[in-house]
Design a protein around this ligand. Sequence first.
Ligand code: DX5
Ligand code: ZN
Length: 238
Amino acid sequence: MKGSRKYWGRALEIAPSILTADFSNLADTLEEAVNAGINWIHMDVMDGNWVVNRTITFGPALIRAVRNRMGTEVFIDCHLMITNAEETWSQYVDAGVDLVIAHIEAVDNMGSLIKSLHDSGCQAGAVLNPDTPASSILPFLSQLDLVLVMSVVPGKGGQSFMPEVESKVRKFREAIDKQIAEGGRQTKLMIDGGIKHHNAAMVSEWGVDVAVVGSGLINDKASIKDNLTEINSAMGID
Ligand code: DX5
Ligand code: ZN
């Protein structure tokens, strides 16, 4: 359903991670995703230092190229798996993202980063690794536009889903629903890592609003459209 960049979409928004895409053909891949009904793109930034396997993916330059190609209709977030998000966040805002998602494990002052992002007109998200407790982010919840629960250890696409994050997801769902009921911010809840057609309905039931899907959507087994159809039909969405 085409909506404005701020429109959150249906019950479970699917946001492709492009890590498994052929970067030499990225524009066509993203065009295919949008034509298949995707409204949200998840850009995984790794600096070669922060993630355990020392991967480098891409930086602001590629994000700007994606924004220039995709126009302003598509919602773009960047998942910063980097050591210096507090110094470099504005490069991603300038590159055209709608939302910057920073790791609570990698920043010294999340409150100050959130304020800087909001002051720049960008939305602010916080992400936590599978073994990081919800208590690390709950104090910031009322200021956050999005909380991202990792269901894999950050570093690459194609990893196995970690179901042990269920209780954390449900804890955030409960806290966000309470916050909204009290007239607070409508913080979105996102999950990222190992989401496929066989577990999308499950995480939707846990209360996730947005699921990042990398290898489950962009792979050499089927088209993005067919993969998306399989995920949606597994959730009873035609
Ligand atoms: C991992 C990234 C994820 C990953 C998702 O560090 O943050 O976004 O690319 O890919 P899949 O869906 O294949 O696990
Ligand atoms: Zn990610």
